[in-house]
Design a protein around this ligand. Structure first.
Ligand SMILES: Nc1ncnc2c1ncn2[C@@H]1O[C@H](COP(=O)(O)OP(=O)(O)O)[C@@H](O)[C@H]1O
Ligand SMILES: [Mg+2]
Length: 489
């Protein structure tokens, strides 16, 4: 007899429908699993056999063939166990085969018949809904995550027995409560920062306009401190964004079990590889840029990152996604991030500093500069010089707080959104200022477009109805690096 059960494979961060077909016919006892599975899928035979027997069912002493369709898709990991077991039970008449039509099941089996949790249940739930499968059975611990998806009946169970009961509808467990939003962590606050009016403004403009930002200056002046506070001034994730982020983190196995409501902030070490940054591997896994999706990717000590890693990041920053090609397969990962980077201006860190002379030779300084200016810099709209604050600044009270800045950022974003993609007009003064800068050779056409876009964000923060000359001049000022004139981007 033949039975079919639906389950899902995760390809990148997308759920793909996999149909497990089990055929049982007379012959010498054998159990074969076909359909491009990896070692874990081949080993499913042993787990399924033991789980079926230890759950009090009979394991058919016949020729059993399980096919995981489509055969062209590589199947990785133990997530197909439960679907194979259910199809074996249906094909051997131990449960009515008709019942398995409207269910999908996702989980690994232990030898004792326990249903074990696996990463990626939220993606699987979205797949089930997209394919119009009304009921999804998942391991108990993953119920809240799967229940985030509306319009789907989720049964969260602990054993193969319970999977069968839920599939036949004989005994349905209480539906799980959807995962609650993670408590707001707060994180460090801008009120800790002394001095740095320009850098604070740079952070605010970056947050309001989703511009990429570079903080440059000598060591110990607060660059890392500033960058780590960017998350605290960004508006919270929308529900759709929260679900997208939760799904990615669940697949990567770094989920909290709750609904992630704070924007991700990822700060990979500078020794990271290109694959670690943008994703890769023989079975492509998401990289840091994808784990930072809808949030912030922070590259501290930017000049220390390998050239290939920075090169790899270039296109994803521009497009908002990265495409990984492995043989015949193409995997797409979302990478809609804000980039914030910090760096010293030269190997010793003091080029352009007031308090100390730079000890680097001219050649070293140039080499460092080239390393920075290569692959990524033309993707960065804001470059702020972070110099040592004055003693009086260190002693003065905080200039602002994250809550205050976040309020202004949210308003500016709302103004931009209300315009629905239409740009703001330039006043004649602003037009003259950008023409002057362009004709002086300080801007490339790309740089010119970026200055305009930053000026527009500043106008939105100010509530201006058009981009004024002051907005434009400030935008030009926020592209200057220490020890250099305006950046030829
Ligand atoms: N402007 C500042 N206001 C308050 N504390 C500061 C400031 N700059 C530096 N610090 C203190 O110095 C520490 C080191 O700063 P950090 O951000 O790591 O410097 P950088 O990344 O520029 O080398 C911070 O954790 C903070 O305690
Ligand atoms: Mg630092």
């Amino acid at each position: 007899m033949l039975a079919r059960v639906a389950t899902f494979a995760i390809d990148g961060v997308e759920p793909l429908l996999v149909t497990v077909e089990v055929d049982i016919r007379p012959g010498l006892p054998a159990f074969t699993v076909v359909g491009l599975g990896d070692a874990a899928v081949r080993e499913a035979r042993e787990r399924v056999r033991a789980a079926v027997l230890n759950s009090g069912f009979a394991f058919p002493q016949q020729r059993i063939t399980a096919n995981l369709a489509p055969a062209s898709l590589r199947k990785i990991g133990p997530g197909f166990d439960a679907a194979i077991a259910l199809a074996v039970l249906a094909a051997s008449g131990q449960m009515p085969a008709g019942f398995v039509a409207g269910v999908a099941v996702f989980g690994e089996l232990s030898l004792s018949g326990e249903l074990r949790p696996l990463p990626g249940a939220l993606a699987v739930a979205e797949g089930a809904r997209a394919h119009g499968i009304p009921r999804l059975i998942v391991p108990r611990a993953r119920g809240p995550e799967a229940a985030l998806v509306d319009g789907l009946e989720v049964a969260a169970v602990e054993s193969l027995r319970a999977v069968v009961d839920a599939a036949t509808g004989r005994r349905l467990p209480e539906p799980p409560d959807p995962a609650a939003p993670d408590p707001f962590g707060g994180g460090p606050d801008l009120a800790d920062v002394r001095g740095h009016p320009l850098a604070l403004l740079g952070l605010e403009v970056a947050a309001a306009g989703r511009h990429n930002l570079l903080l440059e200056g000598p060591p110990g002046t607060g660059k890392t401190m500033l960058a780590r506070r960017l998350g605290s001034i960004l508006p919270p994730l929308s529900r759709a964004e929260a679900i997208a982020v939760t799904r990615i983190h669940s697949i990567a196995g770094i989920g909290t079990g709750g609904l992630i409501s704070q924007r991700p902030f990822r700060a990979p070490h500078h020794t990271i590889s290109a694959a670690g940054l943008v994703g890769g591997g023989s079975h492509p896994r998401p990289g840091e840029a994808t784990l930072a999706h809808h949030g912030v990717l922070f590259l501290d000590e930017l000049a220390e990152f390998s050239r290939p890693a920075l090169e790899a990041l270039r296109q994803p920053l521009e497009d908002g996604y990265v495409t990984i090609v492995r043989g015949q397969r193409v995997t797409v990962f979302p990478t809609d991030v804000m980039l914030v980077a910090a760096t010293n201006p030269c190997p010793c860190g003091y080029a352009g500093a007031r308090e100390r002379r730079c000890e680097c030779g001219e050649a070293d300084r140039m080499r460092y500069r080239r390393r920075l200016s290569g692959p990524l810099l033309d993707r960065i709209d804001l470059m702020v010089d972070v110099q040592r604050p004055a003693e009086s600044d260190l002693a003065s009270p905080p200039r602002t707080s994250s809550a205050e800045v976040r309020g202004r950022v949210t308003e500016a974003r709302e103004r931009a959104q209300a315009r629905g993609g239409c740009g703001l007009r330039l006043t004649s003064g602003a037009r003259a200022a950008i023409r002057t800068a362009y004709e002086a050779g300080a801007l490339s056409p790309r740089g010119r477009a970026r200055v305009r876009s930053v000026a527009e964000t500043i106008a939105d923060l100010e509530g201006h109805a058009a981009i004024e000359e002051a907005d434009l001049l400030l935008a030009l000022g926020l592209r200057r690096r220490s020890g250099t004139e305006a950046v030829p981007a």
